[in-house]
Design a protein around this ligand. Structure first.
Ligand code: PMP
Length: 298
């Protein structure tokens, strides 16, 4: 997208440059968000999904790098960013807070900044379903780093796991946590269906507290009347599950077709219902969930 936000200013993307000595580049002292925007050109309208929740998570992530930035400021800057860019195709917004100091001491530095850029984004994963490997790289433990924040440095593990999966001919990687339980994919949360119940690793399983995950839990309970259980999940449960799917801002609701050599059933009645409801909600078609949608006129 043509306009970026950097050092409190909206400037052309190609002019948004940083020093090679910036602390975040060397030590991963940054935290990011990721949001989708859906464009309805016929209505001159853009919809953002759960802007307040994304802004709150980024504000919370910023606390780990000692940067005080309010959810309201993040949200209003994102809205202004969208207005300045006037995108005409669906897009992804990447806000980032980062230690901007040029200091070389590996400590949390006092100088920080907030930037935003955006890009066009259609499907991130094949919407009809993905094949997943079980990564040899383990998800980090919360005792080592703040997994509730989207800290950039953390993502080396996702990068290694995803690259390994692709090199083995899979689409996506599932990661095991330090307790030997399955927790999530490289950038998505995980759900499985067993005997009509929806199961997802709990927030004590070293997952990222996904905003799509939170939405799906509410939709499943309130709209589909499903029992939703948050608990630890064993690897072997996945292989015999009735349905498995991934959720995330980029991935939306993506069914899993295969895990390692284990094929999952092609019939996915619950995943299909959840996906359809979620898509309707993100497109602003369900008035009950209108509080999840920010409408921006362009
Ligand atoms: N886990 C990880 C590691 C992620 O990076 C993401 C993407 N933000 C998710 C889960 C899904 O989170 P959300 O639904 O908030 O996009």
């Amino acid at each position: 997208m043509p306009i970026a936000f950097l050092q409190k200013q909206f400037i052309p993307f190609q002019d948004a440059k940083l020093s090679i000595a910036v602390h975040a580049l060397h030590y991963g002292t940054a935290a990011f968000g990721g949001m989708r925007g859906t464009v309805f050109p016929e209505k001159n309208e853009i919809l953002l999904f759960r802007l307040d929740k994304h802004a709150k998570r980024l504000s919370n992530s910023s606390k780990y790098i000692n940067y005080d930035i309010s959810p309201d400021y993040i949200a209003s800057t994102i809205v202004e960013f969208v207005k300045q860019n006037k995108p005409n195709k669906s897009f992804y917004i990447r806000p980032l807070v980062y230690n901007s100091s040029l200091g070389i001491t590996p400590k949390i530095q006092d100088e920080s900044d907030f930037l935003i850029y955006g890009l066009e984004l259609d499907d991130y994963l094949p919407p009809d379903g993905v094949r997943c490997s079980i990564a040899s790289w383990q998800r980090q433990a919360d005792v080592s780093l703040p997994l509730r924040g989207k800290i950039t440095g953390t993502y080396i593990t996702s990068c290694l796991a995803k690259t390994e999966a692709l090199s083995r001919g899979f689409d996506e990687a599932l990661l095991i946590n330090s307790n030997g339980k399955v927790c999530e994919a490289s950038g998505m949360n995980l759900f499985l269906v067993r005997d009509g119940k929806l199961i997802t690793p709990g927030v004590d399983q070293d997952i990222l507290e996904g905003i799509t995950r939170d939405s799906i839990i509410q939709i499943a309970r309130e709209e589909l009347g499903l029992e939703v259980i948050e608990r630890s999940v064993d690897k072997t449960e996945l292989m015999i599950a009735d349905e498995v799917f991934l959720t995330g801002t980029a991935a939306k609701v993506t069914p899993v077709k295969q895990i390692e050599q284990f094929l999952l059933p092609n019939d996915r009645p619950i995943t299909d219902k959840i996906k359809a409801k979620f898509n309707d909600i993100t497109q602003g078609k369900v008035s009950k969930y209108s509080h999840w949608i920010t409408r921006i006129k362009i």
